[in-house]
Write a protein that binds this ligand. Structure first.
Ligand SMILES: [Zn+2]
Length: 215
């Protein structure tokens, strides 16, 4: 499930994304590249590749790199999956709700990595909150603009936890079939910054119904 369109690199060709993934592999001198390694050395964000190709596994396959996903799933990939599951469920995922239909990884994978399901959720919350703290330390991109336009995944996770995947305007949730967006309260193009205080969960219908449509 996508929260919104990827604003950056939407028009980048598949070949360019794959070429950059190969380049990172070559520079590392490794037969495979993890998401964290790619985010450190890549031109794009790993999320751009996973969205384009469906999964990190698929991106590696296209690049002719070894597929290590099952052996070496990064914490970030596990957390990203949790955000997606949370959006689909409309509430905090529970151990027994991580079925194959909605989650790329099993509850057992989280349990093994973090010791327990509770431990996984605690690590997830810390990851999201730490990301927001980092975001607030972002250096100015321009004299007038402090933050990037698009909320990052950690910000979305925090907003989601705060608003409960329920539309702040009409109360719709994924349980009632709504698609959810993370939206600026004061629109970015009217000077609103991409900070937690200025973000809210809206359903697609309410978001599109606003005069200042953001996608
Ligand atoms: Zn709504």
């Amino acid at each position: 499930m996508r929260f919104e369109l990827e604003p950056h690199h939407r028009n980048t060709k598949d070949d360019d994304l794959i070429a950059d993934l190969r380049r990172v592999g070559n520079e590392l001198g490794k037969a495979s590249v993890t998401i964290d390694e790619y985010n450190d050395g890549g031109i794009y964000h790993a999320t751009t590749l996973t969205r384009r190709f469906g999964s990190w596994f698929e991106a590696l396959e296209r690049a002719g790199l070894e597929k290590t996903r099952n052996l070496n799933i990064s914490n970030e990939e596990l957390f990203e999956n949790l955000v997606e599951v949370w959006m689909k469920l409309g509430s905090q995922p529970k151990y027994n709700t991580l079925g194959k239909a909605i989650s790329r990884y099993s509850s057992g994978t989280y349990e093994k990595r973090f010791g327990s399901w509770r431990g996984a959720l605690e690590a997830f919350v810390k990851w999201a909150n730490d990301g927001v703290a980092q975001q607030n330390e972002v250096r100015p991109q321009s004299p007038r603009r402090r933050t990037p336009r698009s909320p990052n995944l950690r910000q979305r996770a925090v907003v989601l936890m705060r608003d409960g995947a329920t539309c702040r305007m009409c109360g719709a949730s994924p349980n009632t079939g709504a698609r959810m967006h993370v939206d600026h309260i004061v629109p970015w193009n009217k000077g609103g910054e991409t900070v937690i205080e200025n973000l809210q969960v809206l359903c697609e219908k309410c978001n599109v119904g606003k005069s200042d449509v953001e996608i």
